[in-house]
Design a binder for this molecule. Sequence first.
Ligand code: GSH
Length: 215
Amino acid sequence: MAPKLYWILASPPARAVVFCARQLEIELDLIEVDILKKEQYKPEFLKLNPLHTIPLLDDDGFIVTDSHSIMSYLVSKYRKGSSFYPEDIKKRAIVDQRLYFDSGTLFANHIRVCTPIIFKGAKTIPEDLLTAQTEAYGALEQFLQGSKYVAGDDMTIADFSIWTTITNSSDYLPVEEIKYPNITSWLKRMEATPNNDLNKAAAEYIRNLFQSLLS
Ligand SMILES: N[C@@H](CCC(=O)N[C@@H](CS)C(=O)NCC(=O)O)C(=O)O
């Protein structure tokens, strides 16, 4: 039985897990949770994840939440030895650092921008959040100096996390090529992958949602 993934296309962390599974040909049974309709607060979902977030993986009753943990679990269980989550401890430490960078900084800034707009009717983005996200872009630009991907010259699960977060956040903070040449080149590499169609569809949905909510 394929593991079940509770997800929605618009969510960067949920999309990252789906991209990881598609790239590594791991079959998932996708179940949509419409967070705009607050379906994540249904008692049966809260029982699985008291933090009421997607993505959530149910692998034959074994529950994993948080996209970064889900991807490392999926690769370790179904594609052990894959360079997408390397076993070499130094390479893995760099991948983990980039995953934590997404979780604790890049996506954390992004969700602080989105939550008030999507759920609380805010019409503006506080300047300090834009400054924080600009600083995070600067760090990413530096991580990519001399590297094809965010954790070195191989694509890893960290690329899925950071790609999907940047895709959503570039709506209010575009990646300008002149300021971020390394991020721009890396984005082109990610856009050449088979996941780009789905990522583009998500980007368009998010753009329209943001435009309608901010107008
Ligand atoms: N660190 C988590 C973040 C997950 C997260 O914040 N997901 C958002 C969607 S992008 C969500 O489910 N929000 C609904 C809620 O907080 O009620 C991960 O990587 O999975």
